[in-house]
Design a protein around this ligand. Structure first.
Ligand code: UD2
Ligand code: MN
Length: 492
């Protein structure tokens, strides 16, 4: 009896040892599959610091780089596996098969994207992992700062807003999310009131704040930032989907340099069918043109990184999606609170970062999808104050059009008694050169005449300048009289 027991014990001991240590069956093999698969002998840690596999291993997928920082693999392999097994409408970021009935205008009207399609895709849908292959091996600081996620919204669709929140919670290590702050910019849609609050009761990390009047996205973001408690604040638009392991690469850069403002790569969620795709090319950086339109332009080859998955600098950010050390954000003065409703804030913050000794980076291993809308669905208070404005361009012409969709047409006159017409802007002054004078006239140096108007005939035309005539007086908002005067004196 005793011998039998002893044998049994011996056998059990052997079995345990085999499970633990045998190369191809043991627990070790599971572990190895997770950590070592595809890894070269040495891999680059963040910032290109080589870490030696095996030698400096700290146990479960942690390593110490030569800089003494412990780094680990932040991938959530269980979640990745779960996502991979999902199938159905829009899963794996696939385009939803649209029928003609789905394309009706009504589907787009309220949100600027097809809400019918959005409503038929799971709030937890899976996305394709379209990161550069090197991203799968990257390790990031074992100790990273936590972040508040701030999501401003104005009349956002139910499913698009919730999918943003779900994707963030599903694809971020919980210990890195201090909270998710939804900031409602005075929406009037019913679903964003009690229903939203009831829904969020089951998500203890989510807080809802509301503005007391329509503030526009800049002051709405600021309200969220002021309430945030996380070490880092991360801004997202209210119609985004965070992709696999998006957060650690952002926080890691801030952990290394608190004055880095970092942006994920923004992928495109199609506004018709919700297919998830990359934007044309990753080797692009932010820029803007003379009309201050944001653009992405190719990075010259001599400035491109050898490893395209490494962070790279960008002069200006797109605006909506970025992470910043919370204290550094306030040291920069946050956003200018005078910025209204939409636009321009990305330049303000970008310029301040560079001028104050910070840096701005795009992080290829961090990807977030964003629905680029078909058109802007919300109203801008104060009427259509943005559209049909006339602006003096830097070329001293007068341009017509909503600053976001500039039709590049300019005031043009061919003689001292011709009508004023609109003509493609050529930027060569001549017939398109105008002076706004102290007496509020619009002077045309080429023909030595001024713009006159006939309200009854509803037309404007060139006429002999008559400083006393009210029909030749024009009011431009936001002009600086001193600068204008000095300028005109210098040019006449
Ligand atoms: C881009 C940016 C956006 C912002 C904007 C202005 C990306 C992907 N998007 O255009 O974040 O920087 O440029 O420069 O970089 N919102 C309000 N109140 C308003 C208007 C908007 O809370 O009065 C919210 C809106 O629900 C959204 C966010 O602000 O969550 C940005 O607005 P958008 O999505 O209309 O801007 P978008 O993507 O066209
Ligand atoms: Mn947006």
């Amino acid at each position: 009896m005793r011998r039998k027991e002893k044998r049994l014990l011996q056998f059990a001991g052997l079995l345990i040892a085999a499970l633990l240590f045998l190369p191809n069956v043991g627990l070790w093999s599971l572990y190895r599959d997770r950590v070592f698969d595809n890894s070269p002998d040495t891999v680059d840690g963040p910032g290109g610091i080589p870490v030696i596999q095996g030698l400096n291993r700290m146990g479960k997928d942690a390593q110490v780089g030569r800089d003494g920082v412990r780094r680990k693999d932040w991938h959530d392999y269980d979640a990745i596996k779960r996502d991979a097994s999902r199938s159905g409408n829009g899963e794996q970021g696939k385009a939803f098969p649209l029928s003609e009935a789905d394309r009706v205008d009504q589907a787009y009207r309220e949100n600027g994207f097809n809400i019918y399609v959005s409503d038929r895709i799971s709030l937890n849908r899976s996305l394709p992992d379209i990161r550069h292959a090197n991203c799968k091996q990257k390790l990031y600081g074992e100790k990273l700062p936590n972040t508040s996620i701030i999501i401003p919204f104005h009349n956002e669709g139910w499913s698009s807003l919730l999918r943003t929140v779900h994707s963030v919670l599903n694809r971020s290590p919980p210990q890195l999310i201090a909270e998710v702050i939804l900031v409602d910019d005075f929406s009037d849609k019913e679903h964003l009131k009690v229903a939203l609050e009831e829904y969020m009761v089951r998500m203890p990390k989510v807080r809802i704040l509301r503005t007391k009047k329509r503030e526009g996205l800049i002051r709405t973001r600021l309200l969220g930032a002021a309430a945030a408690k996380g070490e880092v604040i991360t801004f997202l638009d209210s119609h985004c989907e965070a992709n696999v392991n998006w957060l650690p690469p952002l926080l890691d850069r801030i952990a290394q340099n608190r004055k880095s403002i970092v942006c994920p790569m923004i992928d495109v969620i199609d506004h018709d069918n919700f297919g998830y795709e990359t934007q044309a090319g990753d080797a692009m950086r932010g820029a803007f043109d003379w009309e201050m339109y944001y653009k992405r332009i190719p990075i010259p080859s001599e400035l491109q990184k050898e490893d395209p998955s490494e962070p790279f600098e960008s002069p200006v950010m797109a605006g909506g999606l970025f992470a910043v050390d919370r204290k550094w954000f306030w040291e920069l003065g946050g956003y200018d609170t005078g910025l209204e409703i939409w636009g321009g804030e990305q330049y303000e913050i970008s310029f301040k970062v560079w001028m104050c000794g910070g840096r701005m980076e795009d992080i290829p291993c961090s990807r977030v999808g964003h629905i680029y809308r078909k058109y802007v669905p919300y109203k801008v208070p104060g009427g259509v104050s943005l559209a049909r404005v006339f602006t003096f361009g830097w070329r001293e012409d007068i341009r017509v059009g909503d600053p976001m969709h500039t039709k590049k047409v300019c005031f043009d006159a061919i003689s001292h008694n011709s009508p004023v017409t609109l003509y493609d802007c050529h930027g060569m002054k001549g017939n398109q050169l105008w002076r706004y004078r102290k007496d509020k006239s619009l002077y045309h140096p080429v023909s030595n005449s001024c713009i006159d108007s006939s309200p009854t005939e509803r037309r404007i035309f060139m006429n002999t300048c008559d400083p006393g005539s009210p029909s030749q007086q024009w009011l431009f908002e936001r002009t600086n009289a001193t600068v204008l005067e000095r300028f005109n004196r210098g040019n006449n």
